[in-house]
Design a protein around this ligand. Structure first.
Ligand SMILES: [Zn+2]
Length: 127
């Protein structure tokens, strides 16, 4: 194993120097994670990113059964990073998470997973 050179020492010094700031930021983040969306919105406003994330999580958690809106043009944009909206709760989640949800739903209910996913993400030309 090579000995730590000057670059590694600089990284350690930088981390050490910023440690109090990092501690403060993490403490604020952990505190925010423990608040409800309403409590956080009262402090930060509805437009704050964490408030929006918490609102979305609340919508998704309260929804009895997600009904994802069809995405007929899903092939036009890269799959990585795509999100899909539930028409019932207006919650938004990553497409991959929605597919996992539907697989679990189909497994538990006996519904046809392929038929459900084909209705949302229509199969394209196999070329
Ligand atoms: Zn939903």
């Amino acid at each position: 194993m090579a000995a730590a050179g000057p670059a590694a020492v600089n990284v350690v010094n930088c981390i050490w120097k910023d440690a109090p700031k990092v501690d403060t930021n993490f403490a604020g983040l952990f505190r925010a994670l423990g608040l409800t969306a309403d409590e956080l919105a009262a402090e930060k406003g509805e437009d704050h990113a964490l408030v929006q994330i918490k609102r979305n999580s609340e919508r998704l958690e309260k929804c009895e059964t997600h009904v994802f809106e069809p995405a007929p043009n899903w092939r036009a944009t890269p799959m990585f990073g795509q999100k899909i909206k539930c028409t019932r709760c207006n919650g938004v989640m990553k497409t991959h998470d929605a597919m996992t949800y539907l697989r679990g739903y189909a497994h538990g209910s006996g519904a046809d997973y392929e038929a459900m996913t084909n209705a949302i993400w229509p199969p394209g030309d196999p070329r």
